[in-house]
Design a protein around this ligand. Structure first.
Ligand code: AMP
Ligand code: MN
Ligand code: MN
Length: 329
């Protein structure tokens, strides 16, 4: 796709306004930004009279911590997504492979709109609304809703707030205008404290035991990452057996607080023996470049990829890539 397929908010809103049957897709293993963005836009289009459905490639159900976002029951499992719909919208998904088994729906749709904020977005839609300066895809969706003149009521606001809160790490990385958006969402009735606690601050007791085992075996390499420090931890299948994906995904947020390390990595073992890898940087090194080297992607300070081999081999690969990683600026 060429750069001419880039559309502005008004063009994208016109496409959305014209569609009567819309499939909205989030990336596989959706987070609150991907799913919240898809549900917020889905709710708005449903209010305008369109038939809508929201899905993602896997898992087959909405993760427990995100279920409260789907107040209208728009979610359908990937197996129930029709082969073709008038308009296909992919949200928070930087490349078509991140749609997993639903990637084929993009080419099958007469019109496809990509709404995203990843620097690495490959512009795989027939129309692409990509703003890599937006802290969350939900910020771009809020602009679309304003262009569509849809009222942002509490169910829509809840979805947007969840996306913004997650991608800005509870507003830490939010620009002033995004704080203003958050204020609007709170004024629409969102209970921010309860929503954030449910999304990222509440875990079953078994989480404590899992964290103890995983963090107890974490390793710090002060000389790695160009002398800025590299910390890593491994979540094996035996560690994650009794807990949800939410508990496993939370580990990186603890590991990345290590003061002696610019870069943090968490390797999460999959049932097939591969590794889902999360990378975070504080602000000096670009970890997206590391993820890209191994077929993944993301943002400068938060990226990921799927690793193959032993845990030691994957960590060695990251260590090597960090030695020459570019600065984050
Ligand atoms: P995570 O560590 O899963 O929270 O992901 C951090 C960032 O990296 C997010 O922006 C993801 O979209 C991106 N990301 C994670 N895994 C992959 C992957 N396998 N391919 C491309 N981007 C990824
Ligand atoms: Mn995401
Ligand atoms: Mn996002």
């Amino acid at each position: 796709m060429s750069a001419s397929d880039q559309v502005d908010v008004a063009d994208a809103a016109a496409l959305l306004a014209a569609a009567s049957d819309v499939t909205l897709l989030a990336h596989v293993n959706p987070d609150a930004d991907a799913l919240g963005s898809a549900l917020a836009l889905g709710l708005a289009l449903q209010r305008r009279g369109a038939t809508v459905r929201v899905s993602f490639g896997y898992p087959a159900e909405i993760p427990a911590s995100l279920r409260s976002l789907d107040s209208a029951g728009l979610f359908v499992p990937a197996t129930d997504v029709p082969p073709r719909s008038d308009l296909l919208v992919a949200l928070d998904t930087g490349s078509v492979d991140r749609l997993g088994p639903l990637g084929d729906r993009v080419a099958a749709a007469p019109v496809s709109l990509v709404v995203d904020h990843h620097v690495s977005n490959t512009r795989y839609g027939s129309h692409n609304l990509v703003d890599d300066r937006a802290e969350a895809t939900a910020v771009i969706v809020a602009r679309l809703l304003d262009a569509l003149a849809v009222e942002i009521d509490e169910p829509i606001a809840r979805c947007l707030y969840a996306g913004v809160a997650t991608d800005t790490v509870s507003f830490r990385f939010a620009k002033p205008e995004t704080h203003r958006l958050a204020a609007r969402l709170l004024e629409a009735g969102v209970d921010g404290a309860a929503l954030i606690r449910g999304l990222m601050d509440s875990h079953p007791f078994a989480w404590l035991g899992m964290l103890a085992a995983v963090l107890g075996a974490a390793r710090l390499e002060p000389d790695a990452a160009q002398g800025l420090g590299f910390v890593h931890a491994i979540v094996r299948q035996t560690d994650s057996a009794g807990v949800r994906s939410e508990e496993v995904e939370s580990v990186i947020d603890v590991v990345r607080s290590t003061a002696e390390a610019e870069v943090a990595a968490v390797l999460k073992e999959t049932p097939t023996g591969d590794w889902t890898v999360s990378l975070r940087a504080v602000g000096r090194l670009d970890v997206r470049s590391v993820a890209v080297r191994f077929g993944g992607g993301g943002h400068r300070l938060a990226a990921g990829f799927t690793g193959r081999g032993t845990a030691d081999e994957v960590i060695a690969g990251i260590r090597d890539a960090l030695a020459t990683a570019p600065a984050a600026t």
